[in-house]
Design a protein around this ligand. Structure first.
Ligand code: ZN
Length: 229
């Protein structure tokens, strides 16, 4: 499973685009999050007219993660008469889309990822990010490859760290911040350093960057996600 990143930035560092990723399986499009900059970027990267199925797996409802979802849904419904599959453990996404004028006929909402052509499974893991909103990371597996995608998260869940150190989870894609605070919303890189032994850091990919901090993170042994141009 190769994730193609549409962006690697945080909400307040739009230079790097909103963090999110996609992959194609034949004519099926799988998206993780759909932030404000996602639809525009995707439109220029993928021939959407060729796509026959779309799944969008959402981590949470902040605008830099769902900001162009309404447009994506409308595009496929109005121009292709196709319903995008929207996946999120919380029903609040339906309320948000309704307020945006997106009719329920325009998409299919499910709490969990339905069976799909790619054989992808997405196990949601609740993470710490915002006090007023439930947020999720996902353990994603296609039968060969198992990865963890954090979404926005200030901490690495214990079960994920254990699975990673045992080798059951091959790679971690994690929210990484250069700022620390007593009550963080994002994951200060110093915490990742504490949790991940140096020899395992090449399997950890930093995303949601709040500044050009790539060299600093690479010096610590971490990798950085690559954004598709
Ligand atoms: Zn957020």
């Amino acid at each position: 499973m190769k994730l193609n990143f549409l962006g690697k930035g945080s909400a307040f560092y739009p230079v790097y685009g909103n963090t999110g990723a996609y992959f194609l399986y034949g004519k099926e499009l799988y998206l993780i999050d759909c932030g404000e900059t996602a639809f525009d970027h995707l439109y220029h990267l993928v021939d959407l007219d060729e796509i026959e199925k779309v799944y969008v797996i959402l981590t949470h409802l902040h605008a830099d993660h769902v900001g162009s979802l309404g447009t994506l849904i409308s595009y496929f419904y109005c121009l292709r008469q196709m319903q995008v599959h929207v996946v999120h453990p919380e029903h609040t996404i339906v309320e948000l889309l309704t307020l945006e004028g997106i009719d329920k006929k325009g998409y299919v909402y499910t709490e969990r990822l339905p069976e799909n052509g790619a054989g992808l499974t997405a196990e949601p893991v609740e993470v710490k990010h915002a006090a007023d909103m439930k947020c999720y990371g996902y353990i994603l597996s296609d039968g060969e490859d198992c990865i963890y995608y954090s979404g926005d998260s200030s901490a690495l869940p214990e079960q994920v760290l254990a699975g990673f150190l045992e080798g059951k989870i091959g790679r971690i894609y994690h929210d990484t911040s250069t700022h620390d605070s007593p009550n963080p919303s994002h994951c200060f890189y110093g915490r990742l350093e504490q949790w991940i032994p140096a020899k395992e850091r090449s399997r950890v990919f930093c995303m949601h960057l709040d500044s050009p901090c790539e060299e600093l993170l690479k010096e610590k042994g971490f990798q950085i996600v690559e954004v598709v141009k």
